[in-house]
Write a protein that binds this ligand. Structure first.
Ligand code: HEC
Ligand code: HEC
Length: 364
């Protein structure tokens, strides 16, 4: 199973999934006439309260939505309630949004996250923007799909700290939620329904149309400060950053050992704990860099407070260790080049997530 994922992930030139997606796309175009009523519900951009603006720089969301799980206005709205509802935790203090705050591009600003009763996890909370484009989830990629990922935090003893039974009975005891499940899925409250609603909501949290996109795709030189334009060249050239932070979402969706944490005595084994392959020791998923100006602190253990520290880390070639990715070498960037690179990273903030705010009232 893991092998399959690996084979599918790296290259989309001949990949059964893209082939099926491409077919699905052709059908969905013809389907506009055939499906008429249904077709309206297929557009995720219509699924939210307000229209999401055109997101320059990202792939067409429709190409990424699985055919069998299309967001609707009702399922997205239900997911939004579940995402922000603190009642759904062991001590009534934690919601998904406690660690994925809209104001911090859906991260929490802490080195590692704190869940119920002040308990701390051991990894930094990643952003949830553009998860529609993600191909695996968590720093070590242990979840293959977003619905699968979404089940874990509720049950984690250091996050929401619930049992599956408690979670279900908690939601079932609220008449407003029972109505919302009927409206969204025509069913009572189920585990699948919870995972699907949270997934649909998160699929609408996007980030595109940044100053870098406007410069890159429209050639608009006024959109991006000169320093950031020079930084873009360093990112693609001397810095070699695009070798891993590649494509529209600035990630190759692969795992690499940069040496983060190797100077300490307790090393997080990362991807290795999923695959048990020696080459995956200390390897972590390349994160998206979209919104990176707002997601400090950085890396899987949140060790760097600023982008300057991150850039310096790369400039030194990371931390040497027996499993380090060979691409990690000292870069010999000048002070100006490092400042330019930082300016570039600071211009990857965009739009497409601003509508995803907390509801003012929750189901009763
Ligand atoms: C106590 C803090 C906390 C809470 C509560 C929490 N998360 Fe997270 N979230 C994290 C941390 C930390 C990680 C990274 C864990 C890892 O990789 O092992 C993470 C990872 C994720 C990811 C993976 C992102 C990626 O790109 O790999 C998603 C999606 C996500 N959380 C969504 C949710 C949802 C939905 C909820 C509510 C059901 C939730 N989180 C609740 C802290 C939290
Ligand atoms: C060999 C692949 C690779 C290369 C080359 C690379 N990165 Fe990364 N990047 C990663 C991985 C993997 C992580 C997460 C590592 C971890 O936490 O252990 C990461 C993390 C980051 C982060 C932190 C993001 C966050 O949300 O915590 C930033 C910023 C970043 N890289 C920028 C850069 C820049 C700038 C360059 C070029 C100088 C670069 N990267 C080159 C793979 C790479």
């Amino acid at each position: 199973m893991l092998m399959d994922i690996k084979q599918l992930a790296p290259n989309r030139s001949w990949c059964p999934i893209s082939f099926v997606l491409a077919l699905a796309r052709v059908f969905s175009l013809c389907g506009i006439f055939v499906l008429s009523a249904n077709a309206m519900a297929l557009d995720p951009l219509r699924a939210t309260d307000k229209e999401i603006p055109h997101l320059l720089g990202l792939g067409d969301p429709n190409d990424f939505l699985p055919f069998e799980s299309r967001p609707t206005k009702q399922s997205v709205e239900l997911g939004r309630f579940l995402f922000f509802d603190k009642r759904l935790s062991g001590d009534g203090t934690i919601a998904c949004s406690s660690c994925h705050l809209p104001s911090r591009a859906f991260t929490d600003g802490n080195v590692v996250s704190t869940g119920i009763k002040g308990l701390r996890g051991h990894r930094n909370a990643p952003t949830v923007v553009n998860r529609l484009y993600g191909r695996s989830f968590f720093w070590d990629g242990r979840a293959h799909t977003l619905p699968e990922q979404t089940r874990e935090p509720f049950l984690s003893p250091v996050e929401h700290g619930l049992s599956q039974r408690d979670l279900l009975s908690m939601i079932r005891s609220i008449p407003g939620y029972r109505r919302l499940f009927r409206e969204a899925f025509g069913s009572h409250v189920t585990e699948d329904g919870i995972a699907t609603a949270l997934t649909h909501f998160q699929w609408t949290i996007l980030s595109g149309n940044s100053p870098v996109d406007r410069f890159d795709y429209h050639g608009d030189a006024t959109a991006l400060p000169a320093a950031a334009q020079r930084g873009f060249l360093v990112f693609r050239g001397k810095g070699g950053c695009v070798r891993c932070h590649a494509g529209p979402n600035y990630t190759d969706e692969q795992y690499h050992n940069l040496g983060v944490g190797w100077e300490s005595t307790h090393v997080d084994l990362g991807r290795y704990s999923v695959t048990r392959q020696p080459e995956d020791i200390g390897a972590f998923k390349t994160p998206t860099l979209r919104e990176v100006a707002r997601t400090a602190p950085y890396m899987h253990d949140g060790r760097f407070k600023t982008l300057r520290e991150v850039v310096n880390f790369y400039n030194h070639g990371g931390v040497n260790n027996p499993h380090q990715n060979p691409m990690m070498r000292p870069l010999f960037l000048s002070d100006d080049e490092r400042a330019d690179l930082e300016a570039f990273l600071n211009n990857l903030s965009g739009e497409g997530w601003q509508q995803a705010v907390s509801p003012r009232v929750f189901p009763e």
